[in-house]
Design a binder for this molecule. Structure first.
Ligand code: NCD
Length: 305
């Protein structure tokens, strides 16, 4: 049981809730290994509304629903639905809630998740609202860190390279800010540093925050959380072109460090493919954890776990 019906922001994910979710996630991972698919949601229908591009989030939600034997209804781009005709988010949700027991939505507008969740009579999950938040990704990221590092507190974390526009960085930094003794260094182009509001919120939560134009991962960092420059969110295409290849995690920057490398993916320019073979390159494992984490979330929001 969760103390909320809808997941909109990583702010809702307190350490106590996360601990409970990880126990259910471990059970789901075991279920996948032992049974492949289980009957837990065979009386439920999951609506997947992806009004913005997605590979991992959409497919891992699909896989999670399949493994729990839920039925599914889909909408896969704003252009293929009545949103293109000018239908509001509210009206879309009022219709979809009659077709399903839980709604998962990705939408390009920051704040769209809040509108949808407030409208919906069935549980709602934010699968990314523009450059704002991506709370289910932060659950996956936290699960990856917990599995491979054994803790979510007392971590020295580097975030790069687009802390201004990456919803994954926003949500993971928010989630980790609820644990004690964490230290964050944001690195990347000056123009893509975190907003003052974001830095103040993290500091108010007790995080030791720094902004640096460059970092040396040999300096005792525990985690490097790297996300591509968010090309689709740039209002100035020249700013993107100027910086896209400037910030890149190369083999020599990571080799012989214990720093765990995470990336919500897709990888574009931000991590060299030579890094992939290193033991501390976790991003493909991280993508795999998406299925048990999302199984746990679906089951818990539907009061089945
Ligand atoms: C992220 C997203 O959509 O924000 N991808 C994902 O869900 N795994 C990161 C990104 O697109 O850069």
């Amino acid at each position: 049981m969760l103390p909320f019906d809808s997941l909109i922001s990583a702010k809702q994910l307190t350490p106590e809730i996360i601990q409970k979710m990880f126990v259910v996630t471990d059970t789901m991972a075991t279920n996948i290994k032992q049974h492949g698919r289980i009957d837990l949601l065979d009386d439920k229908v999951v609506a997947l509304l992806f009004f913005e591009a997605s590979s991992r989030t959409m497919m891992s939600f699909q896989s999670a629903a399949q493994r729990l034997k839920a039925g599914m209804v889909f909408a896969q781009s704003a252009t293929g639905t009545s949103l293109a005709k000018g239908e509001s988010i509210e009206d879309t949700i009022r219709m979809v809630e009659a077709y399903s027991d839980i709604i998962v939505m990705r939408h390009a507008m920051p704040g769209s998740a809040e509108i949808a969740a407030t409208t919906s009579c069935v549980p709602f999950i934010n699968a990314g609202d523009g450059g704002n938040e991506h709370p289910t990704q932060s659950l996956i990221d936290a699960y990856t860190i917990y599995k491979h590092k054994g803790r979510l507190d007392s971590l020295n974390v580097v975030f790069g390279y687009d802390s201004l526009q990456s919803r994954s960085i926003h949500s993971l930094s928010t989630l980790l800010s609820q644990y004690p003794n964490n230290r964050f260094t944001f690195t990347g182009p000056k123009e893509l540093e975190p907003s003052d509001a974001m830095l103040s919120e993290l500091e108010a939560a007790g995080v030791n925050v720094e902004v640096a134009s460059d970092v040396d991962l040999h300096d005792g960092y525990d985690i490097a959380y790297i996300n591509r420059l968010q090309e689709e969110r740039f209002s100035d295409a020249k700013l993107f072109e100027k910086n896209r290849r400037k910030y890149r995690l190369t083999h020599d920057k990571v080799v012989n460090t214990k720093c765990l490398i995470l990336d919500p993916l897709p990888r574009i320019d931000e991590i060299d493919t030579e890094v992939d073979t290193l033991e501390n390159a976790l991003y493909f494992k991280q993508a795999g954890y998406g299925v048990p984490v999302r199984m746990a979330l679906l089951a818990m929001l539907l009061n089945k776990a």
